[in-house]
Design a protein around this ligand. Structure first.
Ligand code: KMT
Ligand code: NI
Length: 172
């Protein structure tokens, strides 16, 4: 895991876009983000059990598994959105980037590699992209039913109760 401010330069979303300015772990925790490196699945299972997560699935995002749909999928994951649940992702192989909005609404890029596990709070605006390997194998953990509803950013999501709750917890 490595976090840095996104450079906002044009170019492929899968390029590093590293401004060279690192974002410290403490800043990520102020945003409500937790991250771990878990080489053993036992640790993932313990975390899931501790948070009462009952379900999980695995996705492989790559041209090999998705064929012609790959490029479109990658673009879709990159639309800024939020969820009404916290989002736990564990990288099984390959890597990718999660971009999350910082306090001033600028992008923090979080580079995830094999064995990285990240927890994002409900209501945080974010987006995802594969990196230049074009290969992300990830476990998605769900508390109950596998639910996958990205709410794209707009006037409505700004008024969303989970968004408001996130902003007030970020203040305190
Ligand atoms: C998201 O929220 O965009 C995703 O979960 C992307 C796929 S999982 C690496
Ligand atoms: Ni998401």
């Amino acid at each position: 895991m490595k976090a840095y401010w996104y450079d906002n330069e044009p170019g492929d979303q899968r390029a590093p876009h590293d401004s060279g300015r690192e974002v410290p772990s403490e800043y990520l925790s102020k945003l409500g983000i937790l991250h771990y490196n878990y080489p053993s699945l036992d640790d993932v299972n313990a975390l899931a059990a501790g948070r009462n997560y009952k379900n999980r699935d695995e996705v492989t995002i790559s041209p090999t598994t998705m064929g012609d749909a790959y490029e479109e999928k990658v673009k879709n994951f990159f639309h800024e959105h939020l969820h009404e649940d916290e989002e736990i992702r564990y990288i099984l192989d390959g890597g990718g980037y999660f971009d999350v909005r910082g306090k001033e609404d600028d992008w923090v890029r979080i580079k995830l590699e094999k064995f990285d596990l990240m927890i994002m709070p409900a209501g945080i605006y974010h987006r995802f992209t594969t990196d230049e390997q074009n290969y992300t194998k990830a476990m998605r953990l769900f508390q109950d039913e596998p639910k996958w509803t990205p709410l794209n950013r707009g006037k409505e999501t700004d008024e969303n109760g989970f968004r408001k709750q996130y902003l007030s917890s970020r203040e305190s």
